[in-house]
Design a protein around this ligand. Sequence first.
Ligand code: ZN
Length: 399
Amino acid sequence: MIIKVDSCVCTPEKIIKDTNIQIKSSLLKDKKIQFDCSDSIVYPPFINSHDHLISNWYPKAGFGKIYPNVNIWVEDMKKTDSFLERNKVWINDGTFDLTEPTAKQIVLLGIYKNLFSGCAVVQDHIPKQKPSYYEDNPINVLEEYTQCHSLSMGNWWGGKSAVEEYANANSNIPFILHLGEGTDEVSKKCFPKLKELKLLKSNTLLIHGIALTGKQIKECAEAGTSICWCPNSNFYLIGETLDIDACLEYGANVVLGTDSTMSGSINLLEEIKFAHRKFPHIPLKQIFKMITTNAAKALMLPEEYGTISNNTSNLLLIKKHDQDPFRNLLQTQMEDIELFIHQGTPIYGNIKFLNEFNINKDDYYFFGKDRFVLGHPEKIIDSINKELGVKKDFPFLPF
Ligand SMILES: [Zn+2]
């Protein structure tokens, strides 16, 4: 399949105008079939560096309060309507086995939240699950990582101590933990503790870092430690966020994450818009790096992620609303994704493309005038509606 496009954002630094993209896929009926999509732009599929797939319930779980640190919210949110409603479908019994069928259907909902916003990879911050959790998903749920919840709360949800988990990463895979999610003394103590435990490393990914000072951010940059920025979740819970200007000044490897919809944006597209609204002086190219090349580095992903070439088996084709491909993301809605291909398989988009692939139509859900998606998210919604006895809407689903 050859797609003629307005432009291709191969990397944040390399944009090719008026070019042809060749799709590599063993499923194609006719490899030479051509589409004129001069009204669209091609991007590498995005990467969401922080989510909790099991927690993508809606609306946000809060009382409109600002907390000095997140530990207090973790208790408070258990009284919210959103949390109590989710309990009707799945109750967290503390074992955190998310391969159990009722948990897995909510997790799948979270996977679709990411898919419909153009993410081919999501980092699900949760204790390591059984191998089946990471198999047969329409997108890549990062499997190779070790984690700790945080230094202030420890690994209360499962897993070993931060030091043991770091050792298990063996410098080959990312070690991920929340750090400094607050503005009080508890939050400020996390970074000195991280250094004391010798965890400030190049394969460490710190989530949030609201309490980090400019000097500490400089130390992260020097150590090659990555930092995940989740501005919407931060402002909602803490009323503050990471010192993003210091991150850019010192050249820290910053990535962007949504967090779950119980505290953050409804998806990565909205997180991009939120970050831009709050920090309009940050070049959109920088934000684009956070969801592509920086994220591929932080999550230590294979080469196929974060960039694309003219000959590719991963692709995100988005309608052009703005001449500038980076500014175009500010106008992008889920419905603007014309075609999303992951590892040669069409996973979301317009039916006119799907017809050119040898696929089993039963494996897909068709909705709207001309849309398809791989798998059956509508069945998850049916089952949740049955469980709740009312019709539940999730704003991250385009049907
Ligand atoms: Zn989190």
